[in-house]
Design a binder for this molecule. Structure first.
Ligand SMILES: [Ca+2]
Length: 290
C-alpha cells in the first residue's frame, strides 16, 4: 500500500468516515490508517500521517495514589472514576506538519474491550486539552496478576507527577500536583473547558473511538498552547459504562492522525499523476513509534 492518500476522493471519504461512530465504518477507517502508519516511506505534503502515543496512562479516583502507566490498556469507567490520559511527541507533531498547513487532526483510541453497559442509547465521552505536564509512569495495578505499583515518577489522581509511585502516599506539591476532583470548581482543573470534542459510545461498539482535535494541534503548531496531551472522560462519570482502550504497553496505542497540505497548496490536490512531480516533493520524515 502506498503511504500517499493520493486520490482526492479516497482522502475525503476517509475523513468523513472518521466523523461517524458507526462501528463498521470506524473499524474500516482505523484499519486503513494503521496501514498508513506501518509504512516506512517518508510522508509527502498533502498526505495523512499517523503518530502513535508517546505516553498513556489512566487515573483512578478510587486509588488516588496509584499509577497505571505500565498497563496494557487505559480505561474509562464509573466505579472509581477512571479517566484516560494520552500525549504525543511535540517534535513528531512539528515534523509531521513541517511547513505545511494542518487540515485536520483526529485523536483515535482503539477499543480493546467494551463492557456494553452504556445504556440503551449510549453515552457521551469527551476529550479535553490538558494544561499541566504529567509523567506516564510504569505501574500496572488494576487487573494485574500480581499487581505492580511501579517505580519512580508517574501520574496519579492526586499528582501530575508523583515522585514515588511505589508507595501509597501523595508525593507531589505545587506544579507537580493537580486537582482532578472538585467538580464544582472547574477553574482548578488542569484542562481546558469546554471539551475539544465529544463522541458517542454504545453497547456493542468495536473498532475505535475518534475525536476531532484540530484546534488543539493548530494551537500547538502556532505556539499558542503547550502540548501536554489530552484527558478523556465520560460526560457523566457516575453513569454506567466501561471501556478499555489499547495502550503502548498493550501494542495498540492511541493514534493522532494528521492531514497536512503543502503551504503552497491552496487548492484541492490534483490528479495523482501530478503529485510528486511539481511542488509536492517536500519530505517531512518518517514518524516512528516511540
Ligand atoms: Ca502507558
Amino acid at each position: 500500500m502506498t503511504t500517499r492518500s493520493a486520490h482526492p476522493s479516497r482522502r475525503v471519504r476517509t475523513r468523513r468516515t472518521l466523523g461517524h461512530t458507526s462501528t463498521a465504518a470506524v473499524a474500516a477507517a482505523f484499519a486503513a490508517l494503521v496501514c498508513f502508519a506501518g509504512s516506512s516511506n517518508a510522508a509527502k505534503a498533502g498526505s495523512t500521517q499517523t503518530l502513535t502515543a508517546s505516553a498513556d496512562t489512566y487515573l483512578r479516583s478510587g486509588a488516588p495514589d496509584t499509577n497505571e502507566g505500565g498497563a496494557p490498556f487505559t480505561m474509562l469507567r464509573a466505579s472509581g472514576e477512571n479517566r484516560t490520559l494520552v500525549s504525543f511527541s511535540e517534535s513528531q507533531i512539528q515534523a509531521a506538519a513541517g511547513t505545511g498547513r494542518l487540515i485536520s487532526a483526529t485523536l483515535t483510541f482503539p477499543i480493546t474491550q467494551n463492557s456494553n453497559n452504556w445504556g440503551s442509547t449510549g453515552r457521551t465521552v469527551s476529550v479535553y486539552r490538558l494544561t499541566s505536564p504529567w509523567s506516564e509512569g510504569n505501574g500496572y495495578v488494576q487487573g494485574a496478576q500480581p499487581p505492580n505499583r511501579g517505580t519512580g515518577a508517574g501520574a496519579t489522581w492526586n499528582c501530575a507527577t508523583d515522585a514515588n509511585i511505589a508507595t501509597q502516599a501523595t508525593d507531589c506539591s505545587g506544579v507537580t500536583a493537580w486537582t482532578m476532583g472538585k467538580p464544582s470548581q472547574p477553574q482548578l482543573h488542569p484542562w481546558v473547558e469546554p471539551a475539544t470534542s465529544s463522541a458517542l459510545i454504545q453497547n456493542g461498539q468495536t473498532g475505535a473511538l475518534s475525536f476531532d482535535v484540530t484546534p488543539d494541534v493548530q494551537a500547538f503548531l502556532a505556539g499558542t498552547a503547550q502540548n501536554d496531551g489530552w484527558i478523556v472522560k465520560k460526560d457523566v462519570e457516575g453513569d454506567s459504562g466501561q471501556v478499555q482502550f489499547g495502550s503502548k504497553e498493550g501494542g495498540s496505542p492511541a493514534q493522532l492522525v494528521l492531514t497536512v497540505a503543502s503551504s503552497a497548496d491552496t487548492t484541492p490536490p490534483s490528479a495523482p499523476a501530478n503529485i510528486g512531480g511539481r511542488g509536492y516533493s517536500r519530505s517531512v520524515g518518517t514518524q516512528a513509534p516511540t
